[in-house]
Design a binder for this molecule. Sequence first.
Ligand SMILES: [Cu+2]
Length: 211
Amino acid sequence: MTTRIAAGLLFAALAFPSAAAQADNAKLVAVVGTNDAFVISLRDASGNLVSHLDPGTYDIAVSDRSQMHNFHLKGPGVNNATAIETAEAVTWTVTLTDGRYSFVCDPHSTQMRGFFTVGTLPATTISASVGPRKTISLKPKTVDLGPATITVNDRTRKDNFHLTGPGVNRKTGVATRGRVTWSVTLQPGRYTYRSDKSKKLRGGFTVRFPA
Ligand SMILES: [Cu+2]
């Protein structure tokens, strides 16, 4: 019996070598520079754009279709790039762990870029306050993307704390006071906070693109 199973496995390995080696890995598809367009994407096997993945080992079919663009994936344990000046199709087998990942075209990294998170990230702690008198504050001023817990101490009945930015629009009441906690998901970019009653009470903070 054991011999038969072994023979079957041997047959499978000979007939389908890549299938035998990669059968368990989830598949992703990376595409950059179709018809030299300034477009870069990473999709899962169903064709959905990737924004979050479970930790694990993945086979990424990378299609770099242009001689002016490349695909560069970076994050914990991974730093893979295709060549800029050649078109190529390659498959990378990568192990992704909890953290923040980015993919860019290196020559055009400010406009051709994307990011995703893997696994569970600890929430960033942010504290904010408005009042007493005409003051408003938030810190820190630079944070990483992903889950954040924002504690707002609203100490005045004349102003409120209103936070806006990518995917977020939360505010306390002008006439109310008290401490509230917001759980939000931060994306790269600029966030601003203000009092809706006093134009001068305002500020901002930046959410970093993954390094
Ligand atoms: Cu490019």
